[in-house]
Ligand binder design. Structure first.
Ligand SMILES: NC(=O)c1ccc[n+]([C@@H]2O[C@H](COP(=O)([O-])OP(=O)(O)OC[C@H]3O[C@@H](n4cnc5c(N)ncnc54)[C@H](OP(=O)(O)O)[C@@H]3O)[C@@H](O)[C@H]2O)c1
Length: 346
């Protein structure tokens, strides 16, 4: 059983602590936070035995095996590298860093210090996405031609919030585009029996707001196997959330690609241990017959529990196929180009 240390006590840290209630692959031993009120809530709600008022102190706790870095993005690289140097295994929130160069330094630190490192793309740990990859590889919709992925949300403009503040790593490409970029690379790769492909062509545009970060951004990609993708990320408006994969014989749609089966997301208190987790649905439509069928993907835990279990299952391999180091580096390289095309510099 892994002893986890939680770094920061913000919104997603609460979700992760809640999800840890539904596994015995690990337990939360400590939390470190600079904010007393947030720390109190986490410690009290989840009965966390140790608390630290600095992130350094968490890394000095020799009984912690793995840390979950849930700070704002600009702090991910610094603390992942310090964590690796302290010999801790690392799960770090998405986007893994602000740019490719930071991500490369993090991977190097994990390699040098022989620790696990994974970017926390929870949706990649859920059985739904694994079923989609399987359908593609079985030829369920023939040759893959076009993939569309959107992730939009409406966050009221506040120049001080982490979503819109430049210094805090704001912008939709980093916050939500990282998901859409990762899924289309996954699907293009799945068509070739690979974990991912990197696009050979990237064209993009977007709307940049007064704080210098993107509010709405779109990119069109082409891969070496002629798969074309378009990806959308928006923090200013709900432009939809979904993934559609168009093949020569049919279409696969994922109505809830990013947050399936997660009562923990949005819960304001610890969930009861008898919580039932909702299955997710994939829709497969045939061009020929016009018929469509729904595939139910059963689950037995929360989305974020799958993520924590993925870390435990792959810890000895130091990286997990749900988001390998090369996959993360490809994603960050794509996000760098996307932001550059849109005119956002971090
Ligand atoms: N996988 C997902 O579904 C998901 C969902 C939401 C967010 N995320 C990712 O998780 C990370 C945190 O997002 P969140 O929504 O949890 O944000 P949040 O609620 O604002 O929490 C961010 C935390 O960052 C820490 N922090 C350290 N230095 C800071 C500074 N200078 N200003 C503000 N905060 C600072 C704070 O921790 P303390 O004060 O407690 O030390 C704060 O609690 C982001 O990288 C985001 O992309 C992932």
């Amino acid at each position: 059983m892994l002893n986890w240390g939680i770094m920061s006590a913000g919104g997603i840290a609460y979700v992760f602590c809640n999800a840890m209630r539904f596994t015995d692959s690990g337990q939360i031993l400590a939390v470190a936070s600079r904010t007393p009120s947030r720390m109190e809530r986490l410690v009290n709600d989840f009965g966390i035995p140790r608390r630290y008022t600095s992130y350094e102190a968490l890394l000095e706790d020799e009984e912690i095996d793995a840390i979950y870095i849930a700070t704002i993005h600009p702090l991910h690289a610094e603390w992942a590298i310090k964590g690796a140097e302290a010999g801790k295994h690392i799960l770090v929130e998405k986007p893994i860093s602000m740019n490719y160069a930071e991500a490369a330094a993090m991977v190097e630190a994990a390699r040098e210090n022989d620790v696990f490192l994974m970017e926390a793309f929870m949706y990649r740990c859920h059985p739904q996405v694994q079923r989609v990859v399987q359908l593609i590889q079985e030829g369920a919709i023939g040759d893959i031609q076009v993939v569309r992925a959107t992730f939009g949300t409406r966050v009221g403009f506040n120049p001080q919030s982490r979503i819109y503040n430049h210094e805090m790593g704001g912008g939709g490409i980093l916050d939500l585009g990282c998901y859409t970029a990762s899924v289309v690379r996954l699907i293009a790769g799945a068509a070739e029996g690979k974990l991912f492909l990197h696009p050979t062509v990237i064209k993009a545009t977007g709307k940049v707001g007064p704080t210098g970060v993107d509010h709405v951004a779109v990119a069109t990609l082409k891969f070496e196997n002629e798969v074309i993708a378009d990806i959308v990320a928006a923090v200013e408006g709900n432009v939809g959330r979904g993934v559609s994969i168009y093949g020569s014989e049919g279409v696969i749609s994922i109505p809830n690609p990013w947050l399936p089966s997660s009562p923990c997301r949005g819960a304001k208190e610890p969930l009861p241990l008898d919580t039932v987790f909702p299955s997710s649905t994939i829709i497969v439509q045939s061009h020929g017959s016009g018929e469509s069928s729904e595939i139910e993907v059963p689950v037995d835990r929360d989305l974020f529990t799958y993520e924590a279990d993925t870390v435990a299952n792959y810890i000895d391999a130091r990286q997990a196929p749900a988001m390998s180091w090369d996959d993360t580096l490809s994603n960050m390289r794509l996000l760098d180009t996307w932001r550059e095309e849109v005119g956002v510099v971090h």
